[in-house]
Ligand binder design. Structure first.
Ligand SMILES: C[S@@+](CC[C@H](N)C(=O)[O-])C[C@H]1O[C@@H](n2cnc3c(N)ncnc32)[C@H](O)[C@@H]1O
Length: 368
């Protein structure tokens, strides 16, 4: 018990004080304070659930918060900051969302640039991993239970199986990737969607991949290389995309920087950064500025996406473009009905789709 308290207190320290995402906080804590007699999967689950209940913990020192959580872990509620509870209650079934957050699931993509589906299925079976093939996208797999950490598998290290949410695939599929075309991705790092786009075009498209963060761009380059992407088809652009340098393309992807509130199922440390709604206002301003700038590019189609549950980052950003907005998928929820443009966009939710919460809309630029 003492070991576990020490471990969880260290995780909380890294999240509260260093702003690390859960996965990084966990890894660091595990390196220095690995508790004996408890399996790492369960320890990760504890860390995740403690963060999901962070706003229900007493205002006290960290070790006390941890003890309180451990003593009450069967009954303690999942709680968001008050402003977020109020806002989300008017938009979605917040209790259903919270119930889903306590479940564990994961998505992964078979990278057919490097392997084939049967080989991956056989490998997962040999590791006693419970999974099911996705019914929408032949290359996506839902991992239901795994006795091993997926990141330790050689197929993951070799990028034959890429761990990413199904909602990211929806964003790329909304582009309707086609061989021979050009794509500019204005906020592209760390390159998950760019690598899927290249996979779907069999390495036969050309991509212009921009980002403002140099370190993230180099991670992107390495990921693309490890994923078997043809690097001759890739142009890395280090830029602030509110002052974009690309003039022309066939398609544009704006997977904009956002609050990441749609990702709390994977990383509940995000909740700690959402103690008030100032961040949302800041992101909404940046998203509008990125969108206005991207509309200066001569292209046929733009996909706007954010991993956010808040309309300020989704519907409100594209509402001025209602006339050219199109709903990408008829088999997914539409955007929030409080907004006119809601019916010309999609939203995915953890409790409905078992995915991250994304907002996705297509702007048909030929109608501009
Ligand atoms: C949601 S992430 C993109 C994820 C990426 N599309 C993928 O699938 O891996 C948002 C990215 O926007 C970048 N970003 C933030 N502000 C930017 C700006 N002004 N110009 C360009 N990129 C920006 C961040 O560095 C971050 O990498």
């Amino acid at each position: 018990m003492k070991d576990i308290v020490k471990f969880l207190t260290t995780v909380l320290y890294y999240v509260e004080k260093k702003n690390y995402p859960l996965a990084v906080a966990f890894k660091r804590a595990y390196l220095h304070n690995k508790p004996r007699k408890i399996e790492s999967n369960l320890l990760y689950e504890y860390s995740k659930r403690m963060l999901l209940s962070y706003y229900a913990l007493p205002q006290s020192k960290r070790s006390f918060k941890v003890r309180y959580w451990l003593e009450n872990k069967e009954s303690i509620e999942i709680k968001f900051p008050n402003w977020m509870e109020e806002k989300l209650s008017t938009l979605l079934d917040i209790n259903a969302l919270k119930r889903k957050l306590s479940e564990r699931w994961m998505w992964a993509r078979v990278n057919i640039l490097k392997t084939d589906i049967d080989k991956i299925y056989r490998e997962l079976e040999s590791q006693n991993i419970e999974f099911e093939a996705d019914k929408n996208f032949y290359y996506m797999i839902k991992i239901k239970k795994s006795p091993v950490r997926l990141s330790s598998l050689s197929i993951v290290k070799d990028c034959k199986l890429v761990i990413h949410d199904k909602a990211s695939s929806l964003v790329v599929e909304a582009l309707k990737p086609e061989i021979g075309e050009k794509l500019v991705d204005l906020s592209s790092a760390p390159g998950i969607k760019a690598s899927l786009y290249m996979m779907l075009t069999e390495n036969r498209a050309e991509t212009f991949l921009a980002d403002v963060d140099f370190k993230r761009l180099s991670r992107e380059y390495n990921l693309l290389k490890r994923c078997g992407v043809d690097l001759r088809k890739i142009h890395i652009i280090y830029q602030d995309s509110t002052k974009n340098s690309v003039i022309k393309s066939d398609k544009i992807l704006l997977d904009a920087p956002c609050s990441s509130s749609g990702m709390i199922n994977n990383d509940p440390s995000i909740l700690l950064k959402l103690s008030d709604n100032e961040k949302i206002k800041k992101f909404a301003k940046l998203q509008k500025s990125l969108l206005n700038e991207s509309l200066k590019i001569r292209a046929n189609k733009l996909v706007y996406a954010v991993c956010s549950l808040f309309p300020e980052e989704g519907e409100r950003v594209i509402e001025d473009y209602y006339d050219i907005a199109e709903m990408p998928f008829s088999n997914y929820q539409s955007g929030y009905s409080l907004y006119k443009v809601g019916k010309r966009s999609n939203r995915t939710f953890p409790h409905i789709d078992s995915t991250e919460g994304f907002f996705i809309s297509v702007l048909n630029l030929t109608k501009l």
